[in-house]
Design a protein. Structure first.
Length: 689
């Protein structure tokens, strides 16, 4: 039995998930919601005709590409849309039977924070940096609950304990910058839960978090939802999260809901071409390496001037003349709705959700020449000290790493934020000078080269950054951005550069005329392709991909991954692929190295590591990573790692993982375990493996 905030029993719903939709009254009802934004270029139709309900104890997921209207619809519920530009032109939003759109500002303020709470995507920008954690948690308690200072402090300690933060009494005096990303997000959840809300809206609550911390927080939210009867709306692009935690799913595309139903129905039998394409485009942890990821061609429409009829029509393989008319949003099967003219025949037309899969077709060639060879590479950053003396502490970002990247392979590098992945990539590129060790490129030690000698090496090694917008000069055209390295390194005569830019744009799937555009005139996926074209401009042999696809939507991500694989086959490129998405790493990598607190703890062929992980940390990472299939995901055992990554300023003695390891013994605290071979080309640093 579940219980609501007031202690009243809540009936279980379908599959034991959430309150019974047939017997309970909905907490939230949105009907035919339309939201428009006035801009200097015209009216953006951000939300059109959105209708759905949320019941007590139920978790409803809203999924879709960036710009589809997910967050705008949530901000409309909170009445937080900018009044100067946004306008709700039609529709109703009812919370427990009360129309939120009819409330005055003061009445809405009483509802907001007290009965409806929202957890925003980025906790560092949502928390006030000049106020302590305690003050920020106590503020809604003092305002909405009328508690005394002592009562609010006691409740704040209780909330921090509830969300899994240790030493809560002392944490109240800390500031946001003194907490890790995972702890800041937990504080946001504590603030959201402070007044026992009946509706919690979570907008990408785990995007910035590692897979292990993400699992801890989502398990917490799901547990609280069921125990306290809180209705939850979770906005996300991570379909694995939806499969594991959501009771119902609303799929949005270009401001409209195109499909909705229970998670089991939407994932098991998607009825809209967009939903089917979205699911097929997601790399899956439980599957081997596919020949190609399925993709959705094109990009979402401009909502200033959306296409007539079905918004998905320009990208749909099955579009017919009837699609010029808006399809009715109707119930196709019990509790499963879709808006498509061809729903009855979609499964026959599609013939399956996924591309042909050849299980782990790519294998590492152990005889291939080593392009990169790291031997005991370390990078320590001094922190503290200063003008008035005092000993500086050392952040051991990369600590005694030995690693080989072979010619023509893709070596995946995975681990939690702060483990040293990006620093290792910067060492390889000599953007950071190593504290110790050797970094051999084609047999030459980069660590001992001066900057002038490095210029020739930079032609052979390039990088693709995580955020394509911040890594492209906004004042330069695409043609200038791609052409600049060719000019600097004298790759081609000046009069030949424009022709080569056109060739590179076509190579990465863009049009030559885009050379005249500026970065802000391109979509995220197009900007990332420009970043790839710029990296290819100097004919490199090695490319470091630092979270190169993590900022992209699922469908665009699939296009870029396929492009990287095609370019590798055509040009013989070698990749060091740094990522936190294990499914993407499994798909693209030939070998995988797992990093923890500056050290490599396991290294193996991709197929071997994912099928037979030996290190407890690798096992915990794989257990925490969700699979976009509710049937598989909800039957998997929960082995969620506890605790957070220790500080590299003060790493644990011995094995760096032992404070969080379920197998740890006293012996693990005494000495750093050496890497040892287990089977062919499988190295692990654990005495218990």
């Amino acid at each position: 039995m579940q219980y609501g905030p007031a202690g009243d029993a809540l009936p279980l719903g379908r599959d034991g998930a959430g309150a019974g939709r047939e017997s309970a009254a909905p907490v939230l009802e949105i009907e035919n919601l339309h939201v428009h934004f006035k801009t200097s270029h015209g009216t953006v139709r951000a939300v059109e005709g959105v209708t759905y309900k949320v019941y007590p104890g139920e978790m409803v997921a809203i999924v879709g590409e960036s710009g589809s209207g997910k967050s705008v619809s949530a901000l409309a519920v909170m009445r937080l849309l900018p009044p100067q530009s946004a306008r709700i032109v039609e529709g109703s939003i009812r919370f427990e039977g009360t129309s939120l759109l009819d409330l005055d500002s003061e009445s809405m303020r009483q509802v907001r924070g007290r009965s409806i709470s929202m957890i925003f995507q980025e906790p560092m920008t949502s928390l006030n940096p000049v106020l302590t954690i305690g003050l920020q948690i106590k503020e809604p308690l003092l305002i909405h609950m009328g508690m005394t200072e002592a009562e609010a402090t006691e409740r704040a300690i209780e909330l921090l304990t509830l969300v899994g933060i240790t030493d809560p009494a002392n944490r109240l005096a800390q500031y946001p910058h003194q907490l890790s990303g995972g702890m800041r997000q937990r504080v946001m959840i504590a603030i959201g839960l402070a007044c026992n809300p009946k509706l919690l809206i979570a907008d990408e609550p785990t995007t910035a978090l590692d897979v292990t911390i993400q699992a801890q927080i989502l398990e917490l939210m799901k547990d609280l939802s069921r125990r306290l009867g809180i209705a939850v709306i979770i906005i996300t692009h991570n379909l694995g999260i939806v499969a594991r935690y959501a009771d119902r799913v609303n799929v949005m595309y270009a401001a409209r809901i195109v499909e909705s139903g229970t998670a089991e129905r939407v994932f098991g039998r998607p009825l809209h071409p967009y939903a089917r394409g979205l699911l097929a485009a997601v790399p899956r942890l439980d599957r081997g390496r596919a020949t190609k990821l399925a993709t959705i061609d094109g990009a979402p429409p401009n909502l200033l001037d959306p296409p007539t009829g079905c918004r998905f029509r320009p990208r749909c393989r099955y579009a017919i003349d009837a699609c010029t008319e808006v399809p009715a949003y109707r119930e196709i099967e019990p509790d499963h709705f879709a808006a498509c003219h061809r729903t009855p025949e979609i499964e026959t037309l599609d013939g399956g959700l996924t591309a042909a899969v050849n299980a782990d077709v790519a294998h590492a060639d152990a005889t291939a020449m080593a392009m990169l060879d790291l031997r005991g590479a370390s990078k320590f950053f001094p922190v503290g000290g200063g003008l008035f003396g005092g000993a500086a502490k050392l952040v051991r970002a990369v600590n005694d790493v030995s690693l080989t990247v072979r010619k023509g392979e893709t070596l995946g590098l995975v681990g939690e934020s702060g483990c040293g992945k990006s620093t290792l990539g910067r060492l390889v590129l000599r953007l950071e000078d190593p504290t110790a060790g050797e970094i051999l490129f084609d047999g030459v030690d980069l660590a001992r080269m001066n900057r002038r000698d490095m210029i020739a090496i930079r032609r052979k090694m390039q990088v693709i950054f995580q955020d394509p917008y911040s890594s492209l000069n906004p004042r330069m055209t695409v043609g200038e951005i791609i052409g600049e390295p060719m000019y600097v390194h004298s790759i081609l005569p000046k009069d030949k550069i424009n022709d080569r830019v056109a060739e590179l744009l076509q190579l990465v799937g863009l049009y030559p005329y885009m050379a005249l555009r500026y970065p802000h005139e391109l979509s995220g996926g197009q900007r990332q392709r420009v970043g790839i074209a710029r990296a290819l401009a100097v004919n490199p042999e090695v490319i470091v991909c630092d979270e190169a696809v993590s900022a992209l939507d699922v469908s665009i991500q699939g296009q870029v991954i396929n492009l990287l694989e095609d370019l590798q086959h055509k040009l013989g490129l070698t990749y060091l692929f740094i990522a936190h998405d294990l499914a993407v790493v499994r798909h693209i990598s030939t070998r995988v190295a797992v990093m923890y607190l500056g050290r490599i703890v396991e290294l193996a062929e991709s197929s071997e590591l994912f099928a037979n992980p030996k290190h407890p940390y690798t096992q915990a990472l794989l257990a925490a990573a969700p699979i976009p299939d509710p049937v598989i995901e909800r039957s998997r055992p929960r082995k969620i790692i506890t605790g957070e990554l220790p500080s590299p300023l003060n790493p644990p003695s011995g094995c760096v993982f032992h404070p969080r390891c379920p197998l740890a013994t006293d012996e693990c605290k005494k000495a750093v375990p050496a890497q040892r071979a287990i089977g062919t080309d499988h190295l692990v640093a654990c005495i218990h493996a």
